[in-house]
Design a protein. Structure first.
Length: 329
């Protein structure tokens, strides 16, 4: 039977970690938890459920993920990335090994279907579903691109779709949610500035094997959405999701979600972007220094290279297209 090695990144996740591990532990040869300084019982709970727990100071998600991949060096089979506030449905967990055992050698990565539950309701409309995430890849054939936000796993080999369902259901308060998205907005601004050549290199995943949907979303975000006027584009984005893509069908919880995640969050990013550029101009300082002052993040922090050098990348769009056609009959 093909081995599966799960990777979970944690910080104060005692509300979620047991739920996450319990849905996968009977199907995994190992579970690695990389903790970045939890003050609660996250590490103790994870260890008590059989996970290996290591600690690593937090820089960004990509650095932490590549730390986990490096810690799995020498393992065989497949790696699976899952967040602490996510879990597999019972049917999906039971079907993991059969899915992996059927994959030909040229397949290096597998995307799964992620569901989002917000305030107790599954959010289906507003272009939220289907959401394809590359969460499974052959050991030694994947690494996380170095970005501050919206990072993806890139793999060697073909990428195919699956019927595995991954549920994202965070049990924390809205106060926690907005604080997290405030930090996300700062990190996303760093990536926007990098894409404009103001901070350093910005990886183009169009040249790499990632999920087809990830490539499309990155293209739209940087080449279309990013070209629209700042301040106006969040409103257009919200109207597109809530009206054109029928987000209103998600009910009251959906209204809150699409307003907060599709409008407030995007507006916050634009406001932070204007703040940083104005600060750099007013004080005559480098943009990177303005980022550090305004957000507390240092974009010049050196991030380690991927876990291991990757061989030649193989294009994956054709395989994804065939898998998508098969999934829709």
């Amino acid at each position: 039977m093909t081995e599966i090695h799960a990777i979970i990144l944690t910080l104060d996740e005692e509300k979620h970690i047991a739920r996450c591990i319990e849905t996968i532990r009977d199907h995994c040869a190992s579970i690695l938890v990389v903790d970045s300084g939890s003050k609660d019982r996250t590490r103790e709970i994870a260890a008590g459920l059989g996970a290996e727990v290591i600690e690593n100071p937090w820089i960004n998600y990509a650095t932490q993920t590549n730390k986990a991949i490096a810690a799995c060096a020498g393992k065989t089979g497949w790696l699976m990335r899952i967040d602490a506030d996510e879990y597999l449905t019972p049917e999906s967990a039971a079907g993991l090994h059969d899915l992996l055992d059927r994959q030909p050698r040229e397949v290096g990565g597998i995307v799964v279907r992620r569901q989002i539950v917000f305030l107790g309701r599954r959010i289906k409309w507003g272009a939220i579903e289907p959401s394809w995430q590359l969460r499974l890849w052959r050991a030694g054939q994947g690494s996380c691109e170095q970005r501050w936000m919206d990072e993806h796993i890139i793999v060697t080999g073909k990428v195919v779709r699956s019927t595995i369902d991954l549920v994202d259901e965070n049990l924390n308060s809205l106060d926690w949610w907005t604080s997290k998205h405030n930090r996300y907005a700062s990190r996303e601004v760093i990536d926007i500035l990098a894409s404009r050549g103001l901070l350093g290199e910005n990886m183009d995943i169009q040249r790499h094997s990632a999920s087809w949907q990830a490539k499309l979303k990155r293209f739209v975000k940087e080449r279309i959405y990013g070209k629209l006027p700042g301040g106006v584009r969040p409103l257009l984005f919200f109207l597109y999701r809530y009206v054109v893509r029928l987000g209103f069908l998600d009910g009251k919880q959906g209204y809150y979600f699409h307003i907060l995640q599709g409008f407030w969050y995007r507006t916050l990013i634009d406001a932070k972007l204007d703040e940083i550029m104005a600060l750099a101009k007013r004080r005559g300082i480098p943009v990177s220094e303005a980022v550090r002052i305004a957000t507390g993040f240092d974009p010049n922090v050196a991030a380690p290279a991927p876990a291991r050098p990757l061989p030649r990348i193989v294009a994956a769009e054709g395989e994804c297209s065939r898998a998508r056609a098969a999934a829709h009959g």
